[in-house]
Design a protein around this ligand. Structure first.
Ligand SMILES: [Fe+2]
Ligand SMILES: [Fe+2]
Length: 328
C-alpha cells in the first residue's frame, strides 16, 4: 500500500519555489527530534542515575545527570552552533506548504532547534543499550557515558553544512569538548571532595574520557583511532552509538532536511545508500582491530560489536519500510 506523501514548498529566490513530495516518515522523523529533547529525558536520566549510583554517586542529581544538565544548558542556551539556521529555514518552508498537517506546519520549526541535544540523547540511549548487552563493567560504562554526554557539546557557531563538516570545525569541536569536560570534572571533583571526602573522577578516568572525546571524529579527518591506554571496546561503542544516529528515525530525517535546505534535493534512497557506503568505507581507515569489523553485503563496516551491528541492520530495514525503499 502506498503511504501518504506531502508537498513541501521550498523558497529559493524571490517568488521562486521548489516543490518536494516528502514521505510521512520524514515528518514523523522531525517530530521524533522533539521527543528526544522531551519525553526521552526520563529514560536517559534514569540510565545516567543508575551508572552514577554504581560508580560512587548517591542521589538523582549526581554526577552524570549533572553533566547532562550542564551540556543541555550549554547547547540550549545557544552557545554551540550546528543547525542554527534550520528553524527559520523550516519556518519559511512551512509557511508555503499548505498541504502539510497544521500542527506540523506550526510546531516543526521548534523541533529542529538544538539538534545536538537530540543527537546526544539518542546516542546515549544507543550507548547504554550496547553497554548493557555486552555486560560492560560499571567503571567502563562511566567512562563511555561521560564521553558521549560531552562529545558534541562544543560545536563552534557555523553558517551551514559545508562549514560544520569542514576539517577545522571537526577538530575544533573535539578540542573544545575536551576542555569543557576537564573544566566540569575539576568542579564536580571539588564538590565531591567536600561532600563525600573523595573525588568522583580519578585522573585516569579524566585522561581516558579526554582521549575518547578528543579523537571521536578522527575517521572524518581520515585518521584511525589511537587506542593507547584505552580498552578498545570504549572506542568501538562510542563510535558505533554516535554513527547509529545517521540511521535513527530522527537523525535520518534531519539529514534529509539539511539536504533539502542546503543542497536542493530530497532523495531518501540515495541518502540511505550514502550512509551504508559511508559506514562501510570508514572501516578502510581502521588499521587496528579491522579484523573485528562485521560485514554487511560482504563489505566490512565500522561495527565491531555485535550489538551495534544488529542495530545497524535493524535500522536500515526500518528506514526501507518507512520510506518504501527497495535496494537491489
Ligand atoms: Fe562530533
Ligand atoms: Fe556525535
Amino acid at each position: 500500500m502506498n503511504k501518504q506523501r506531502y508537498a513541501l514548498k521550498v523558497p529559493k529566490a524571490e517568488k521562486i519555489t521548489e516543490e518536494y513530495m516528502v514521505d510521512e516518515a520524514f515528518l514523523i522523523g522531525l517530530c521524533r527530534l522533539e521527543d528526544l529533547k522531551t519525553h526521552e529525558q526520563e529514560l536517559v536520566r534514569s540510565m545516567l542515575n543508575e551508572v552514577s549510583i554504581k560508580t560512587g554517586g548517591i542521589s538523582w542529581l549526581e554526577p552524570l545527570n549533572q553533566l547532562f544538565d550542564y551540556v543541555k544548558n550549554k547547547i540550549v542556551d545557544g552557545e554551540t552552533g550546528r543547525d542554527r539556521h534550520l528553524p527559520s529555514a523550516l519556518e519559511g518552508i512551512m509557511l508555503l506548504s499548505k498541504d502539510v498537517p497544521p500542527y506540523i506546519r506550526r510546531y516543526s520549526p521548534q523541533w529542529v532547534k538544538d539538534t545536538d541535544f537530540s543527537h546526544t540523547t539518542a546516542s546515549l540511549i544507543y550507548t547504554s543499550d550496547i553497554c548493557k548487552r555486552l555486560h560492560l563493567e560499571d567503571e567502563l560504562k562511566k567512562i563511555v557515558m561521560s564521553s558521549m554526554i560531552v562529545h558534541d557539546c562544543a560545536y563552534p557557531k557555523v553558517g551551514g553544512y559545508e562549514e560544520f563538516t569542514s576539517e577545522w570545525c571537526r577538530k575544533e569541536h573535539m578540542e573544545s569538548a575536551v576542555k569543557e569536560f576537564q573544566r566540569w570534572a575539576a568542579e564536580i571533583n571539588r564538590n565531591f571532595k567536600i561532600k563525600r571526602g573523595k573525588e568522583y573522577y580519578t585522573d585516569r578516568d579524566i585522561e581516558q574520557i579526554s582521549k575518547i572525546v578528543g579523537q571521536h571524529d578522527n575517521p572524518s579527518l581520515k585518521l584511525d583511532f589511537d587506542y593507547d591506554g584505552l580498552d578498545e571496546r570504549l572506542i568501538f561503542i562510542h563510535r558505533e552509538a554516535d554513527r547509529l544516529w545517521m540511521l535513527n528515525k530522527a537523525g535520518f530525517a534531519l539529514d534529509l532536511l539539511r539536504e533539502i535546505v542546503e543542497k536542493s534535493r530530497y532523495n531518501p534512497k540515495a541518502r540511505l545508500q550514502h550512509v551504508i557506503k559511508d559506514h562501510q568505507e570508514e572501516s578502510e581507515k581502521y588499521k587496528k582491530f579491522s579484523d573485528k569489523c562485521e560485514k554487511y553485503n560482504n563489505q566490512p563496516t565500522i561495527y565491531r560489536t555485535w550489538v551495534g551491528f544488529n542495530s545497524f541492520t535493524e535500522l536500515i530495514e526500518k528506514i526501507k519500510r518507512d520510506y518504501e525503499i527497495y535496494l537491489e
